[in-house]
Design a protein around this ligand. Structure first.
Ligand code: 5GP
Ligand code: ZN
Length: 114
């Protein structure tokens, strides 16, 4: 846990969230400002600051995040209609929270990737 990290506090339950999934490695919760009818964030329980700070040690964890995300998309009924997984990395992407997270967005026709 990183003391000043918003998503570490959400993982710890110190900041409330609408949790939709948790196992021993990852947690998923509703984005507070949804950009689509379905907008869920998948985060590792361990603090990983950003994609740039991930190493080979995190390969299985990041793969697990993707598989969990697809399962959530299926549960939410958007696996067949389609959805998008997004990782923001750094300033130009608009990354706001420095705890690695996968955005799942879906439930409407998504525009082209900027
Ligand atoms: P980023 O821009 O870092 O990729 O995405 C951060 C996301 O976290 C944003 O979509 C934002 O709406 C969401 N977010 C920021 N603060 C909170 C919060 O306190 N709770 C929840 N559930 N989502 C948050
Ligand atoms: Zn963190």
């Amino acid at each position: 846990m990183s003391a000043d990290c918003l998503f570490c506090k959400i993982v710890a339950g110190d900041i409330p969230s609408t949790e939709v999934f948790r196992d021993g490695r990852v947690m998923a919760f509703e984005d507070i400002h949804p950009a689509a009818p379905q907008h869920i964030l998948v985060v590792p329980l361990e603090h990983v600051g950003m994609l740039a700070s991930a190493t080979e040690r995190h390969e299985a964890l990041i793969g697990h995040m993707v598989i969990v995300a697809d399962g959530i998309a299926a549960e939410r009924g958007v696996q067949n209609s389609g959805y998008r997984l997004t990782v923001n990395q750094g300033t130009d992407s608009g990354q706001e929270v420095e705890h690695l997270h996968l955005h799942i967005t879906g439930g409407r026709k998504l525009g082209p990737i900027a």
